[in-house]
Design a protein around this ligand. Structure first.
Ligand SMILES: [Zn+2]
Ligand SMILES: [Zn+2]
Ligand SMILES: [Zn+2]
Length: 274
């Protein structure tokens, strides 16, 4: 399996549009891995996670091939994860020579509502795109061959924000964005699961947040519990992702602090294969 991170920021991007803070100015100065767009990741070539407003940019500049995408999993309705209008560019009016399959979009009840509100502008969209509602703990098999399980996240309640376990063959990913320290029912469900890669919400960086989002300390706590439960082992790739501008952090500074602890620090365009 392979995961490509196309966007690795929190909702405001980094540098944030109108922001003059030190972290944003350092990102403007150094560029490269310090420039972060809104979160989106691709598993292998056909399973896409989240659909931010930067999807278009990811396709134009980072070579995200949306024609190959069969399955789209949405975590929750915050705009940095779900900008539905561009999904309907997958129609006869805007896309020629489409592959024969429909794009399958999965999300919670809030996503379902926003999806159909946006769809009103696009007649006949259902020939090209189909929506499936997910409830927490639903386990589905996608047409492109993945077993996906939706787990409750601690984020934006009462919306049922979801994180995802994504399995193909013997390999499995836990994609945990956006979330604070996992809810008790999610911990119960994780018993007996094994992961080759875990993607952690690290929005808060050095702030001590444990609910809604996590920072370094909360991620350490979650990793320790996953380790005690044997959900991860020394070979598991542990990725920090979904960063918000803060203090004087740069990509290099986060790496210097977190790489020695065994974490990878995601940046736009990074790829992990396992
Ligand atoms: Zn977010
Ligand atoms: Zn800033
Ligand atoms: Zn969010």
């Amino acid at each position: 399996m392979k995961i490509t991170y196309y966007g690795t920021s929190a909702s405001e991007a980094w540098p944030a549009l109108f922001c003059n803070c030190e972290a944003c100015n350092l990102a403007r100065k150094y560029g490269g891995k310090n420039i972060r767009t809104r979160s989106q990741a691709l598993v292998d070539t056909s399973l896409l996670i989240d659909f931010p407003p930067d999807t278009n940019y990811h396709a134009q500049r980072l070579h995200l091939d949306l024609r190959m995408v069969h399955t789209l999993l949405i975590t929750h309705s915050h705009h940095d994860h779900f900008f539905p209008y561009d999904i309907f560019m997958r129609s006869a009016n805007f896309a020629s020579d489409l592959p024969k399959f429909r794009l399958s979009v999965y999300g919670n009840g809030t996503i379902e509502k926003r999806f159909y509100e946006a769809a009103e502008l696009y007649d006949g969209f259902d020939k090209f795109v189909v929506f499936y509602k997910l409830e927490p703990f639903d386990r589905i098999c996608t047409e492109d061959g993945y077993e996906v399980t939706a787990l409750p996240a601690d984020h934006n309640q009462p919306e049922k924000s979801l994180m995802y376990m994504i399995r193909r063959g013997a390999k499995q990913i836990l994609y945990a964005h956006d979330t604070g320290i996992f809810p008790a029912c999610t911990w119960d469900y994780l018993e007996g699961e094994r992961f080759n890669l875990v993607s952690f919400d690290c929005t808060a960086l050095s702030r001590g947040w444990k609910q809604g989002h996590m920072g370094f300390a909360a991620v350490d706590e979650v990793r320790e519990r996953l380790r005690r439960m044997d959900c991860i082992n020394p070979d598991t790739i542990l990725v920090l992702n979904h960063f918000a501008h803060f203090k004087d952090y740069t990509h290099e500074k986060i790496c210097a602090q977190e790489n020695p602890k065994g974490y990878e620090v995601a940046y736009d365009g990074c790829v992990y294969e396992f």
